[in-house]
Design a protein around this ligand. Sequence first.
Ligand SMILES: Nc1ncnc2c1ncn2[C@@H]1O[C@H](COP(=O)(O)OP(=O)(O)OP(=O)(O)O)[C@@H](O)[C@H]1O
Length: 139
Amino acid sequence: MSIVDKMLIKGIRSFDPEKKNVITFFRPLTLIVGPNGAGKTTIIECLKLSCTGELPPNARSGHSFIHDPKVAGETEAKDQINLRFKTAAGKDVVCIRSFQLTQKASKMEYKAIESVLQTINPHNGEIHCQLYSSTSTTR
Ligand SMILES: Nc1ncnc2c1ncn2[C@@H]1O[C@H](COP(=O)(O)OP(=O)(O)OP(=O)(O)O)[C@@H](O)[C@H]1O
């Protein structure tokens, strides 16, 4: 069985794009608690997106999932979800998914940038990266 270890969320919905928000998962149970709008649902949606590549149903093809750059008076937001897990074989793997939301003329452009699976060799610390999905854009 694979075990989810940590997840970093940068710039998804209300998560600050300038901060590295790290969630550590505990065994056998992790409770996610917080006031309304704190980001509990966002955490679950990030987990699902990391594991399956599927956006939440209300994400308007990604546009409303990314932290709105207009909130900070910007025209572009670059965001990321990193999920670190241990495979059944005990290998540490980090799944990196990156996104970009850019204000173009009258429309916002959402881009899912390449997704990468990163493995670390426990013997020599060597990092191996494997590309598993390419860039896609929606306006
Ligand atoms: N595109 C966006 N950019 C910035 N903030 C956003 C964006 N979309 C949603 N938000 C904010 O993200 C928060 C939504 O978080 P979420 O639904 O994960 O919270 P929750 O803890 O599950 O809340 P509840 O307990 O009410 O279900 C709200 O504060 C909302 O205003």
